[in-house]
Design a protein around this ligand. Structure first.
Ligand code: ADP
Ligand code: MG
Length: 893
C-alpha cells in the first residue's frame, strides 16, 4: 500500500491541507471538496430525495463520494494518568474540518475531512452529521452504508452500537437510524427487517454464505436470519440478543469484541406508485379496462458496520495463539484497504472477491450506495502509528466515488394482487350485468306473452260478440219473415202456404230486403273471418319472433301449441257458423222464391191438382230462379249441411233440416242427398227427436225424397214406414201430419212396396191422420189411398194379387165414401180415382155396394167435372156384372 502517497509532505500547514491532491490533482481540488458531494448529501433532515427515477433499476445514477468523518475519543482514565505529561497526538480544527497530526513537538501534518468531531461531540450530533443523510437516502430507496473504522478502544462500538437504555443521549447510530426509519415507514405499505451478523469472520462459522444477484449486483446473505421489525422494542430486543451473543462468544474465545466485525443490515421495502400512473377514481367507470397503476417497490438496505480493530492488520502473526483469527481479520481488513486503494486510484481492478467483507461491502464502496465512514481515533501519542494509518485510511476512502442508484423495481406481487382484486371486481360486475340482462330478457318475454294473450282475448271476445249479434239479427229477420207469412196466410185463408194469395209487392220486397240483409251479414261474417285469419297469422309470426329464452323455450312452445289449438277450435266454430249462415241464406232464398211464386200466381192456387207432391210447387217455383240456390248449395257443400243435422245446437239443426228439405224438393238433388247419407240422418232425427218442429221439417224432407222410386225402397228398408206411422199417430200439428201423409202417399204409389207398406201399418197410419180434418192433410190421405188403389188394381189385373182390396180390409171404404163428395177438389179428385180403381175388380163389388160406394160411382159417372174421370167411372160400372145387376135392381140407368 502506497500510504506515503497520501502524506501531506512536510512541515508547514500551508499546502498541507489536502494530502490527496498530490496524487490525484487532476480529479480532486481542495476548494471543490464539498461541491463534489452530491447536492442532496448536504440536505438537511427531511429534505427532498436525491433523485427520482421513473424506470425501475435504471442504469443511470448520480455521483456520490464516500463521506468520511473523524471522531476523537476523549482521554480515558488510564491515558489521563499515563499520558499526563504528553500532549495529544492530534489537534482538531472542527470549524475548518481539519485535523493536525503531530509527528513530534515541532512537526505536524494537516488533513481535511468531511467532518471533524471532537471529543466533545455528542452522539446526537455524530448521528446527524454522519448517519442521517444516509438514512434519508435509504428511506428514498438508495442503499446506504455507515461504517466505523479505527483502532480497538477508539470508540467504534460506542459510536455505532450503544443502546443508551439508561441514558437516551448515549444512543448510538444503530438505534437512532432504526428509530428514524421506523418513524418514516408506514406499516400498511412498507416493511422493515433486520439481520445482525457479528460472527461473519469466525472460521468456525463458515455457513454464512454471500450471494450476489448477477443482474443487480445486490449482495444478500441467505443464511442470515431476517427479523421483521415493527417497532423499536423489537429492534432493541434484537440488539440486546446480539450483544449478549457477542459477549458470550468473546468470553468463550477469550477475545475482545475488537476481534470480530459486527454488521447490522436493515432492509427497507417501500411501496410507491409510478410517477406517470394516475390512481383511478371510484366513479370513473371507463377505468375498468384502463391500465392498472404501476406499483413499484423500493428495496433499499442500510448496512451498519462496526469493524474489528484496525491495529490487527499490523499485529497479525505477532501473537501466535490467535493466528488463525488474526489471519482472517487481516485478510478481510487488508482486502478492504486494497479495494479502497484501487477505487481511490481509479484502478481497473478492484479485488472485491478477496474476502467476505469486501464482497459484502461491494455496493458500499464503488457501488451504488451512499456511504459514510467514521474513523475513530484516540488522543494518546503512544498510538500515533495506528492513529496515522487510520487517518490515512480515511483519506483514501474520501476519494472513492460511488454512483448512487435508486433501488426500485416493479412490485409484481402487489401488481398481481391488485390485478386479481380488479379482476374479481370485474367478474362481479359482469355477473351483476348478466343478471340484469337476463332479467330484462325474461321481462320482455313475459310482456310479449301478455300482449299476445291480451290480443287473443280481445279478438276472441270481439268475434264472439259479432257472432252473437249476427245470430240475433238473423233470428230476428227469420222471425219477421215467418210472422209475415202467417199474417199473409191468415189474411187470405188460403189452402196452405202454397195457396197463399200474397197481397201485393210489399211482402215480396220485404223478403228481398231480408235476403239482402242476410247476404250482407254473410259477407260481413266472411270478411271478419278473413280478418281473424290474418290476425291469427300475425300472432303466429309474432310468437315466432319472440326470442327463445333458453329453458323457457319448451313452455313457450307448449303455450304456442295451446294457443294454436284454441285458434283451430275457434276456426272450426267459425266455419260451422258460416255454414249455418249460408244454409240459412239458402233457406231464406227458398222461402223468398216461394213467396215470389205465390205473388206471381196471385189467386190461381187451384191450378194445382192431380197427383202433384206437396213440394212440387217448390220445384216449379224454382224454374228460372235456380242460380242463387245452386250457387249457395255449391258454396256450402252437401256434406257440411248434412253434418249440421247432427249439430248440438237445436237452431242449427232445424235450419239444416229445412235446407235439406228444400234441397230434396229438387229431383236433381234427391239422389245426391241419399247417397251422402242424408236419408239415414233424417230418419235418425225422426226417431230421436220429440221436437215437433224438427219432426215436421224432417217429414217434409222425407216426403220430398220419397218422390223418387229408389229412395222409396230405401225408406222402406231403413224402417221408414214404421217411423212415419209412429209420427203420424202422435203428431198434432197439421203441417207435420200433412208432411207425413205426403211421404206415405208417395210410398203408396210404389208397386213393389204394397205388401210391406200395408203389413207395417202404412194404410192404417194414413187413415188415422184423417182425424185431424185439415184439408191439406186429407188431401194427402186421399192421394195416398188413390195411389195405393191404383197399384193394387194393377197388381190384380196382372194376376199378382187376388182377393179383396186390402184398403177395404183395413177399413178405408167408409172414409172414402164419406169424402167422395168433399168440397175440396183435390180430395174429391183423389177419392174419385180411388173408387174407380177399386170398382174395376169384382171381388170388391159386394163391399162397395154395401158400403154405399156404388152411389158415389154413379154420381161420378154423371157429374164429375173432369171428362176423363167421368168416362172412366161409366166404363167401370158397365164392365162390372155385379154393379150392373145392382143398378138394375135399383133401377138406375
Ligand atoms: P472500540 O469499539 O473502538 O474498541 P469502544 O467503543 O469499546 O472502542 O470504546 C472503548 C472505551 O472508550 C469504552 O469504554 C467507551 O465507553 C469509551 N469511549 C469511546 N469513545 C468515547 C467517547 N467519545 N466519549 C466517552 N467515552 C468514549
Ligand atoms: Mg468495539
Amino acid at each position: 500500500m502506497a500510504s506515503n502517497v497520501y502524506r501531506n509532505g512536510t512541515g508547514s500547514h500551508k499546502g498541507a491541507m489536502r494530502p490527496l491532491a498530490a496524487s490525484n490533482s487532476s480529479n480532486v481540488k481542495s476548494s471543490s471538496f464539498k461541491s463534489r458531494i452530491p447536492p442532496s448529501s448536504n440536505h438537511s433532515p427531511g429534505s427532498a430525495p436525491l433523485r427520482r427515477s421513473n424506470s425501475a433499476g435504471g442504469s443511470d445514477g448520480v455521483p456520490g463520494r464516500v463521506r468520511v468523518a473523524v471522531r476523537l475519543r476523549p482521554r480515558n482514565a488510564e491515558e489521563s494518568v499515563a499520558d499526563a505529561d504528553f500532549a495529544d497526538c492530534v489537534e482538531l480544527q472542527p470549524e475548518l474540518k481539519r485535523l493536525k497530526l503531530r509527528k513530534n513537538n515541532w512537526d505536524s501534518e494537516t488533513y481535511e475531512f468531511d467532518e471533524v468531531l471532537t471529543e466533545f461531540a455528542s452522539q446526537k450530533r455524530v448521528y446527524e452529521v454522519v448517519a442521517k443523510p444516509v438514512v434519508e437516502s435509504v428511506l428514498d430507496g438508495y442503499n446506504g452504508t455507515v461504517m466505523a473504522y479505527g483502532q480497538t478502544g477508539t470508540g467504534k462500538t460506542f459510536t455505532l452500537g450503544r443502546l443508551g437504555e439508561e441514558d437516551t443521549s448515549a444512543r448510538g447510530i444503530m438505534v437512532r437510524s432504526m428509530e428514524e426509519i421506523l418513524a418514516n415507514v408506514s406499516p400498511e405499505t412498507d416493511s422493515v427487517s433486520v439481520s445482525y451478523l457479528q460472527d461473519l469472520l469466525d472460521p468456525a462459522n463458515d455457513n454464512i454464505s454471500i450471494v450476489e444477484d448477477p443482474k443487480t449486483g445486490d449482495v444478500s446473505l441467505p443464511g442470515a436470519t431476517h427479523v421483521e421489525i415493527r417497532d423499536e422494542r423489537d429492534f432493541m430486543e434484537l440488539l440486546r440478543t446480539g450483544e449478549a451473543h457477542r459477549i458470550a462468544a468473546n468470553t468463550k474465545l477469550n477475545t475482545e469484541s475488537s476481534r470480530s466485525h459486527a454488521i447490522l443490515m436493515v432492509h427497507v421495502k417501500r411501496s410507491v406508485l409510478g410517477a406517470e400512473d394516475v390512481i383511478p377514481s371510484e366513479t370513473d367507470k371507463s377505468s375498468h379496462f384502463a391500465k392498472p397503476p404501476k406499483p413499484l417497490v423500493r428495496k433499499s438496505k442500510l448496512v451498519l458496520v462496526d469493524l474489528a480493530g484496525s491495529e490487527r492488520i499490523h499485529k497479525s502473526g505477532s501473537e501466535g495463539h490467535m493466528l488463525e483469527e488474526a489471519k482472517s481479520i487481516n485478510l478481510s481488513l487488508s482486502a478492504l484497504g486494497k479495494c479502497i486503494n484501487a477505487l481511490a486510484e481509479n484502478s481497473a481492478h478492484v479485488p472485491v472477491r478477496d474476502s467476505k467483507l469486501t464482497r459484502l461491502l461491494r455496493d458500499s464502496f464503488g457501488g451504488t450506495a451512499r456511504t459514510s465512514l467514521i474513523v475513530t481515533i484516540g488522543p494518546s501519542p503512544r498510538h500515533r502509528g495506528e492513529t496515522t494509518s487510520t487517518i490515512l485510511f480515511g483519506q483514501r476512502a474520501m476519494k472513492v466515488e460511488n454512483m448512487l442508484r435508486i433501488k426500485e423495481e416493479f412490485d409484481y406481487k402487489s401488481l398481481s394482487r391488485k390485478l386479481e382484486i380488479q379482476l374479481d371486481k370485474l367478474i362481479a360486475e359482469n355477473e351483476r350485468q348478466q343478471k340484469v340482462f337476463d332479467d330484462e330478457v325474461e321481462r320482455i318475454n313475459l310482456e310479449a306473452l301478455n300482449r299476445v294473450s291480451e290480443v287473443e282475448r280481445n279478438f276472441a271476445g270481439a268475434l264472439e260478440k259479432e257472432r252473437l249479434k249476427c245470430q240475433m239479427e238473423y233470428m230476428e229477420s227469420v222471425k219477421k219473415l215467418e210472422e209475415k207469412m202467417i199474417e199473409n196466410q191468415q189474411k187470405h185463408g188460403c189452402d196452405g202456404f202454397m195457396k197463399d194469395k200474397c197481397n201485393g209487392e210489399g211482402t215480396g220486397s220485404s223478403i228481398v230486403e231480408d235476403v239482402a240483409e242476410v247476404k250482407k251479414l254473410l259477407e260481413k261474417e266472411i270478411h271478419m273471418r278473413k280478418e281473424a285469419q290474418e290476425e291469427v297469422n300475425k300472432l303466429k309470426s309474432q310468437l315466432g319472433q319472440c326470442p327463445d329464452s333458453g329453458e323457457g323455450g319448451g313452455s313457450e312452445i307448449l303455450k304456442l301449441q295451446k294457443a294454436l289449438a284454441d285458434e283451430v277450435r275457434q276456426k272450426k266454430k267459425l266455419e260451422e257458423e258460416m255454414i249455418i249462415l249460408r244454409s240459412q241464406m239458402l233457406q231464406l232464398t227458398f222461402e223468398a222464391d216461394q213467396m215470389r211464386r205465390c205473388l206471381g200466381r196471385n189467386g190461381s192456387a187451384n191450378a194445382y191438382g192431380g197427383l202433384d207432391s206437396p213440394m212440387s210447387q217448390v220445384r216449379d217455383s224454382l224454374n228460372g230462379h235456380k242460380t242463387p240456390v245452386a250457387a249457395l248449395f255449391e258454396q256450402v257443400g252437401l256434406q257440411k249441411i248434412l253434418a249440421l243435422l247432427e249439430s248440438e245446437d237445436a237452431n242449427v239443426r232445424i235450419h239444416a233440416v229445412k235446407v235439406v228439405a228444400n234441397l230434396a224438393a229438387e229431383e236433381a238433388n234427391q239422389e245426391r242427398i241419399v247417397e251422402a247419407g242424408g236419408l239415414t240422418s233424417l230418419l235418425v232425427l225422426l226417431r230421436s227427436y220429440e221436437d215437433e218442429n224438427i219432426r215436421r221439417v224432417v217429414a217434409g224432407a222425407i216426403a220430398n225424397l220419397a218422390m223418387n222410386e229408389t229412395n222409396q225402397e230405401l225408406i222402406m228398408i231403413q224402417g221408414g214406414i214404421n217411423l212415419l206411422s209412429v209420427t203420424a199417430s202422435c203428431a198434432e200439428d197439421p203441417q207435420t201430419l200433412r208432411m207425413v201423409a205426403g211421404a206415405i202417399a208417395n210410398l203408396c204409389g210404389n208397386d213393389k212396396l204394397q205388401t210391406k207398406l200395408r203389413s207395417e201399418g202404412g194404410i192404417k197410419a194414413l187413415l188415422g191422420m184423417a182425424r185431424c180434418g185439415q184439408p191439406d192433410v186429407l188431401s194427402q190421405v186421399a192421394r195416398g189411398i188413390a195411389n195405393f188403389a191404383k197399384c193394387e188394381s194393377r197388381a190384380s189385373t196382372n194376376g199378382i194379387k187376388s182377393g179383396r182390396s186390402v184398403l177395404i180390409d183395413d177399413g178405408a171404404l167408409p172414409w172414402i165414401v164419406q169424402n167422395a163428395n168433399n168440397d175440396s177438389s183435390p180430395i174429391r179428385r183423389h177419392i174419385e180415382l180411388a173408387l174407380c180403381h177399386l170398382a174395376q175388380h169384382e171381388v170388391n163389388a159386394k163391399d162397395m155396394i154395401s158400403g154405399g160406394a156404388l152411389w158415389e160411382l154413379v154420381r161420378i159417372s154423371r157429374d164429375c167435372s173432369r171428362e176423363d174421370i167421368r168416362s172412366l167411372a161409366r166404363r167401370t160400372l158397365n164392365l162390372s156384372r155385379i154393379f150392373r145387376a145392382e143398378m138394375r135392381r135399383l133401377r138406375i140407368e
